[in-house]
Design a protein around this ligand. Structure first.
Ligand code: B12
Ligand code: SF4
Length: 597
């Protein structure tokens, strides 16, 4: 008989003390906390057969830190909040959070619940599925492999009949949608936050050995005081800053949550708790950092509260022990609204940023800030359909201008964001894709830089686009959609941004991969865009040959024109120290002087 990998020979009964009542865990690839965000994002997107690339770059990525009792030193913020929620009702020695490899130390005959928190277990979300699909296996990104390994370990536990498996976190819906309960040995998926009374009720039922429903939707707290904060260490020092967003994009999941900005004193306590437990890095989790301090005030949330934000970030980076700080998500319109805010934040945050862009940054140590921002589309027609408020206070008609002006302000202050684009939106026409390609070319023409991440439209559960269908496989992409994807990647690898040989290696490698595998996988529409990407045939030649779309220069509004286009009732929220004020708002003499010019 093959030995059970779950039970190491040294602990044949699984756990010396009978195990903990409730054991919390997360896939290893979602729990690791060194090497920055990038490693987790790469493992969400690269197929398992490319794991060697990660192993070579980060040979020690599997090495994790433990507490004295063998529990995990750090865990994703989601796990920490489940733990915190449970500790309101259970004793601390009944609950433990551990890494997957240590499950055997804590799961025993006494265990009644194994709870898994997961971000993206099956890799079926946007931006993750697409890249594995290009490389040939759409179902098995590295992260998904490790998630499945975790579920297999739980499934093969000798005590499996004694406990229930409850899954939660932002990726739980993937199990519901793919109906993989049996395969993964999951009893129940919780949609929603652990703080909810319904979640605690579910754990009570599981402990009593009652049958659990397959899916439970629990209510999101609406009061900021009801949100709990970790008092132990979180992966990447993630501490929540806001929930919800307010811009109402139709494809968005987090926007379905109430718009809440969390109290500063609790954020700071969680920052200090991380530092106390050995974390040197902090990152505030948010969909849009710029709404913090402006939720439910007299000012619309899309005019950022500069003083509040600067005060919060200043206290965070100046907390003794915080050596690194990383931004998570934001929107781009606030950079057009308040460039001074961007400047002040840069002065504060750059010194503690672990991100370096030697060829782009003007900072003396070449540091940069790289939040994630949704660009999604350059087509105003499409933008109106899927995200009509994405650029507020500006009209969505001006979306390309908002993107270009916002990026200019950000780049001037050493912010080089990662910007996501959605390819294959339901109803997307060739004209829409051409508009997006035009915008990308315009960025290039103006020397602007963002790391462009195109992904294929994925209908995410519960969103207002849940039932819609876009492109399903990379083979269905049109030549223009491929051109957009490959142009983005070509721009990301622009010579001058990296060492000269880096982009060259990628491009030569891409032709080799195409000859070997990709032309069969991705079909004929992929061929010319790939040649464009490789640089082996100049873009101008490909355009003359009619193989790729040439793009047309965009005429867009500058910041002054954008501000002038705002509704006059909004002018009161603009800050004069940014300049470019709409004429009617200026003191009379200055306005006259300006109109005379
Ligand atoms: C920080 C963050 C990251 C970080 C760090 C992640 C980490 N491991 O800690 C990085 C940059 C690495 C990252 C990467 C990715 N991310 Co991310 N990330 C976030 C962000 C901003 C915050 C997550 C967070 O910690 N929130 C705070 C915690 C407390 O919330 P939570 O985990 O949801 O937990 C609550 C509930 O879900 C519940 N809960 C959680 N676990 C459990 C378990 C049980 C049993 C129960 C009952 C309840 C429960 O209770 C908690 C509250 O009490 C969210 C957006 C957001 N605002 O949530 C996106 C988000 C989760 N990420 C997303 C995506 C798409 C990704 C990537 C796939 C992107 C990519 N292509 O690379 C990768 C995947 C990484 C991977 N390993 O596979 C999407 C998720 C989409 C989806 N799965 O449907 C989100 C929602 C962003 C978005 N706007 O769409 N991410
Ligand atoms: S701006 Fe981003 S977080 Fe806000 S609703 Fe749109 S996609 Fe969601």
């Amino acid at each position: 008989m093959k030995p059970n990998p779950f039970v190491p020979p040294s602990a044949p009964d699984g756990s010396a003390d009978g195990g903990r009542l409730i054991v919390l865990t997360a896939p290893l690839t979602e729990a690791i906390d060194h090497a920055g965000y990038f490693i987790q994002m790469a493992m969400a997107s690269l197929p398992i057969w490319m794991e060697g690339v990660i192993n070579r770059k980060y040979p020690k990525w599997r090495e994790v830190e433990h507490n004295d009792d063998g529990s995990a030193r750090y865990m994703p913020a989601g796990v920490r909040l489940v733990e915190k929620s449970l500790l309101r009702e259970y004793r601390s020695d009944d609950v433990v959070a551990c890494f997957p490899d240590d499950l055997h130390k804590f799961v025993g005959p006494r265990t009644r619940v194994v709870a898994v928190s997961t971000h993206n277990p099956l890799g079926v979300t946007f931006a993750a599925g697409v890249y594995t699909s290009i490389f040939g296996s759409s179902k098995m990104p590295i992260n998904s492999h490790y998630s499945r390994e975790l579920f297999a370990k739980i499934k093969s536990s000798p005590f499996r009949n004694n406990f229930k498996v409850i899954v939660g976190g932002s990726g739980g819906w993937q199990i519901i949608q793919t109906n993989t309960y049996e395969e993964l040995s999951v009893d129940c998926v919780v949609e929603g936050r652990s703080e909810s009374a319904d979640t605690l009720e579910l754990f009570r039922k599981a402990i009593m050995g009652e049958e659990l429903p397959r899916r439970v939707d629990v209510k999101h707290p609406v009061e900021r005081e009801a949100i709990l904060f970790p008092d132990t260490r979180t992966t990447f020092g993630v501490v929540e800053m806001t929930t919800g967003c307010g811009r109402r994009c139709k494809f968005c999941v987090p926007d379905l949550n109430p718009q809440i900005d969390l109290p500063k004193d609790k954020i700071m306590e969680a920052v200090r708790a991380n530092v106390r437990n050995g974390n040197k890095q902090i990152s505030l989790a948010t969909e849009d950092m710029f709404i913090w301090g402006q939720v439910h005030t007299d000012t619309p949330f899309y005019f950022p509260n500069r003083e509040a934000l600067v005060d919060l970030y200043s206290d965070i980076v100046n907390t003794p022990g915080v050596e690194q700080h990383v931004l998570s998500h934001c929107t781009i319109a606030p950079a057009v609204v308040d460039p001074q805010l961007i400047k002040q934040l840069s002065d504060l945050l750059l010194p503690k940023s672990p991100i370096h862009f030697p060829y782009l940054s003007s900072h003396p140590e070449k540091k940069a800030l790289a939040p994630l921002i949704g660009l999604e589309t350059g087509s105003v027609r499409m933008a109106k359909q899927i995200m009509s408020s994405k650029g507020v206070p500006f009209s969505i008609e001006d979306w390309p201008s908002v993107v270009l002006e916002g990026l200019r302000v950000l780049n001037e202050n050493n912010w080089f964001p990662a910007m996501t684009l959605i390819v294959g939106n339901p109803g997307e026409t060739d004209e829409d894709v051409m508009d997006t390609i035009d915008l990308v070319y315009e960025m290039e023409r103006r020397g602007l830089f963002a790391f462009l991440i195109p992904s294929i439209f994925t209908p995410l559960h519960d969103t207002r686009m849940e039932k819609e269908e876009g492109v399903r496989q990379t083979r269905q992409l049109t030549p223009l959609q491929w051109q957009l994807m490959m142009k983005c990647w070509k721009m990301n690898l622009r010579p001058g941004q990296y060492s000269w040989w880096g982009p060259m290696a990628w491009r030569v490698g891409s032709i080799g991969m195409w000859l070997y595998k990709l032309r069969r996988l991705n079909g004929p529409n992929f061929t010319w865009p790939l040649w464009m990407f490789s640089g082996a045939i100049p873009e101008k030649t490909l355009q003359r040959m009619g193989k790729i779309y040439a793009g047309k220069p965009l005429k867009t509004k500058n910041r002054r024109e954008l501000l002038a286009s705002l509704k006059p009732k909004d002018w009161q929220y603009l800050r004069p120290d940014n300049g470019d004020m709409p004429v009617a708002h200026m003191p009379q003499a200055a306005a006259q002087a300006m109109t005379a010019r």
